[in-house]
Design a protein around this ligand. Structure first.
Ligand code: GLC
Length: 539
């Protein structure tokens, strides 16, 4: 493998698919594998390099598939394992990579391991989970689902003990102190990697081990095990990758890259809310500060930038004051709030305003990292806060203006398609947007195409050109040996004139190639409200 092929993940556009909502090929009201296969042309046409498929395992769906009752089977309405294999093959035939969710921390309480464990104290599966006679152990551990959980312990009458869970009680944590568990999960990985996937998005990894007197996150034992997984992948499935979901501060996420021997990719959770804060406050200083506080990562690693995903827009990685500001500004209706976050989609959050959304997408595509796009956000889908939990941001994909937005021919779908006046499927759908050169879809597609023309935007260094307490115009430079790009964002709703100290030369706007700027060590610009430029230095 040539080096740039080996490091494909360092400069990839990743697209996140929620299979239940993508496309229903057999009219039963649920999305399925065949449905995704039939939409792969659409995805490769957008410029997607890698698809992340959310959990497809057998599950009672108490946490939408993140509660797995059998790691070796698939959720039946999605299709068969053969269909899923075909999906992997077809993704590859389309020139894209595929990663799937790996849920290490817990399984479903319906899993036979847990059923056996609670039934019989002497079963070998008892020790697959974390039990206690009291609910007082590990008392320094925070609760993640604060809206619905009072404790990380739940009493199990059948087992006559408490069991440990970081998420819902229907998701008992696995006991990683048990070597058999550690081996079981390696085998699960081998099973799926043998089907030819390119890697995993590893769910909720900070919580694998427990140690009294700690907060039970990011423990050294957890890192040691994750490194073992990586080694197994490198040895047995060279070229496959791991993407880390660790919703933690930059210095803690940094640990998950190890010395380039743990994760290849990691979501930048603290950056995400600061993109929204910077747009809302018309001041990018919080964004610059968090990236300045982000330690360097090894050469073979990369961040993932993202704006939204299938969960609430998490505000765990901001302080109380910022959290309150974000809630007041972006979630004025209490029903929009959930746990420590906001359960809304990108377009409604930014008021369907192309200028604000442009800033958000431009930042996601030009700050260091491989961008991850959440399905539906390319066309500007809305949300439905009347739905339970996070379902309001997981509604059916809007393909056209026929029944159920073209998602399914069934009379009822497992979740209703959005049909309000602004974001409803009559107005917002793929078919319509493909035809309109100025649609959300074609506009974003164009940004993605341009981003992909530049290595510097994917892998270049970053240098800040604007700094300070208040940053109304954010400018930075992305650079490789052969390429220099100056990124400029007017974060404000006003016209602004600025002088930027940049190398002498001619700069062409990659977004509007007829627009040139000159610098004689100083570049003067007059910026429209919320305008952004990607200026490529002519050689
Ligand atoms: C991750 C997933 C989330 C899930 C949780 C428990 O945070 O993104 O959807 O509820 O893990 O598995």
């Amino acid at each position: 493998m040539r080096n740039h092929e080996k490091l494909w993940y360092k400069n990839s556009i990743i697209y996140q698919i929620y299979p239940r909502s993508f496309f229903d090929s057999n009219g039963d009201g649920y999305g399925d594998f065949q449905g995704i296969i039939s939409k792969l042309d659409y995805l490769s046409d957008i410029g997607i390099d890698c698809i992340w498929i959310m959990p497809t395992y057998k599950s009672p769906l108490k946490d939408d598939g993140y509660d797995i009752s059998d790691f070796y089977s698939v959720y039946e309405p999605f299709g068969t394992i053969e269909d899923l294999k075909k999906l992997f093959t077809e993704i590859h035939n389309h020139g894209m990579k595929v990663i799937t969710d790996l849920v290490l921390n817990h399984c479903s309480d319906q899993h036979t391991w847990f059923q056996e464990a609670r039934r019989d104290k002497h079963s070998k599966y008892r020790d697959y989970f974390v039990w206690s006679d009291t609910d007082q152990k590990y008392s320094e551990t925070r609760i993640i689902f604060v809206d619905s959980q009072k404790s990380n312990w739940t009493w199990d009458a059948e087992a006559d003990q408490y069991f440990w869970h970081r998420f819902y009680p229907s998701q008992p944590d696995l006991n990683y102190d048990n070597p058999e568990v550690r081996e079981e999960m390696k085998n699960v990985m081998r099973y799926w990697l043998n089907m030819g996937i390119d890697g995993f998005r590893a769910d909720a990894v900070p919580y694998l081990f427990e140690r009294e007197g700690t907060i039970n996150e990011n423990l050294p034992e957890t890192h040691a095990y994750l490194k073992e997984l990586r080694k197994m992948m490198d040895d047995e499935f060279p070229g496959t990758i791991l993407l880390c979901e660790a919703n933690q501060w930059p210095e803690d996420v940094r640990q998950y890259f190890g010395d380039g021997d743990e994760f290849h990719l990691g979501f930048h959770f603290p950056l995400m809310p600061r993109i929204f804060k910077s747009i809302g406050q018309q001041d990018a200083s919080s964004l610059v500060n968090i990236l300045k506080a982000t330690p360097d990562i090894p050469e073979n690693c990369q961040w993932c930038t993202f704006l939204r995903n299938h969960d609430e827009l998490t505000l765990e990685m901001v302080n109380q004051e910022d959290r309150q500001w974000m809630w007041d500004f972006y979630a004025p209706d209490k029903a929009m709030r959930m746990n420590l976050g906001i359960r809304r989609r990108l377009y409604p959050l930014l008021e369907n305003d192309r200028n604000k959304i442009g800033l958000a997408y431009s930042l996601m595509l030009t700050l260091p990292g491989s961008p991850v796009l959440y399905y539906g956000d390319e066309i500007g889908m809305g949300d439905d806060i009347s739905q339970f939990d996070r379902n309001g941001v997981r509604t059916p994909m809007q393909w056209d203006d026929s029944l159920n937005g073209g998602f399914s021919t069934s009379i009822t779908t497992y979740l209703p398609v959005i049909d309000d006046e602004v974001y409803g499927y009559h107005k917002v759908n793929v078919k319509k947007q493909l035809k309109d050169p100025d649609s959300n879809l074609n506009w974003l597609k164009n940004l993605i195409r341009i981003r992909k023309e530049s290595i510097a935007l994917g892998e270049g260094d970053i240098r800040w050109l604007t700094q300070g307490e208040n940053i109304p115009v954010l400018a930075y430079k992305r650079q490789t040996k052969n390429e220099t790009i100056i990124l400029i964002h007017n974060m404000t709703e006003n016209e602004v004139s600025i002088n930027l100290s940049v190398d002498t030369g001619i700069y062409r706007d990659m977004l509007q190639p007829s627009v040139l700027f000159y610098s004689n060590s100083m570049m003067s610009l007059h910026l429209k409200p919320r305008a952004f430029y990607w200026l490529n230095k002519e050689q």
